[in-house]
Design a protein. Structure first.
Length: 289
């Protein structure tokens, strides 16, 4: 790879990262795993003055559970979703999606938050963030704020994070006992970006009726999309009626584009199929506790 010339900074604290971003603004780029950034550099899509390598900031490593929240650090690798049994148990939706993310070589370097912040509309982890109701912690030299995943994605490869901000953590609410998850994806080949990807979460009450259900969908718009099931849909599924009708209703609201990989009609039809499959699986898993 022959990127454009840039300066290199390797801060060791979060405060140093914020100071560098305040100094360089839109001329800086954060690098953690680099699996999204390096191709952009090679293609000259981005030409930063400085790369800020956050890999030495130990405060951004790992994950922890705190007050009912799972806190994921910016340096946590995608491969950990497949190898860390405790993390797999805490994040079953992401663990189910993880094998579809690229290949072992890219997962071993790519980070969970890096993929979300790259905001590719067909990527798996942005869909999971929506389905899980994640909160993105955004930091600058002026302090911190939080952005709900539903408000985080502005467009293809674009987020609500400003040039002087970065995402040190993602906060994900830990599920209740009667909560189930499912992820389904259709791609041309294993490791390709999804033609359609669907992540679902469903929580039930003690009578096994749906309290909340959320569907995240990728590959069908400029951003990943999120749908919360309304009362009628939740009642319909709780009463044992067809999930397919609910899935068709959601899919009918989609307006995917046509490209050399799939037509709009095909993507919409596959979205209905995968929503049906993922919702049924999530509700079934929730009912099993």
């Amino acid at each position: 790879m022959k990127p454009p010339p840039f300066e290199y900074a390797a801060p060791e604290t979060i405060e140093e990262i914020s100071a560098l971003l305040a100094e360089y603004g839109d001329e800086a780029r954060i690098i953690a795993g680099g699996q999204s950034l390096m191709p952009l550099l090679a293609l000259r899509v981005v030409r930063p003055t400085v790369l800020i390598d956050i890999g030495r900031v130990s405060a951004l490593d790992g994950w922890r559970q705190e007050n009912g929240i799972l806190r994921v650090g910016a340096n946590l690798r995608q491969q950990d979703l497949l190898e860390d049994e405790d993390l797999k148990s805490a994040l079953p939706l992401c663990a189910e999606a993880a094998p579809q993310i690229g290949h072992p070589a890219t997962r071993s370097r790519g980070t969970i938050i890096g993929s979300i912040c790259h905001a590719d509309p067909a990527a798996e982890l942005p869909v999971c963030a929506l389905a899980l109701g994640a909160l993105m912690t955004v930091r600058s030299a002026d302090g911190e704020r939080q952005i709900a995943a539903a408000d985080f994605f502005d467009g293809a490869l674009s987020t609500a994070v400003s040039d002087e901000e970065f995402v040190p953590e993602v906060h994900i609410p830990l599920p209740d006992v009667l909560t189930g998850f499912a992820f389904c994806e259709l791609s041309r080949r294993h490791g390709d970006f999804a033609l359609v990807g669907v992540g679902c979460s469903a929580s039930l009450d003690t009578d096994k009726r749906i309290v909340t259900a959320r569907v995240g969908i990728g590959g069908v718009d400029d951003t990943p999309l999120c749908f919360d099931l309304d009362s009628a849909a939740k009642e319909q599924i709780s009463d044992g009626q067809s999930v397919g009708d609910v899935a068709e209703s959601i899919a009918s609201q989609l307006d995917p584009g046509t490209d050399l990989h799939a037509t709009s009609d095909y993507r919409r039809a596959m979205a209905a199929l995968l929503i049906d499959r993922a919702l049924q699986t999530a509700v079934s898993r929730a009912s099993e506790g």
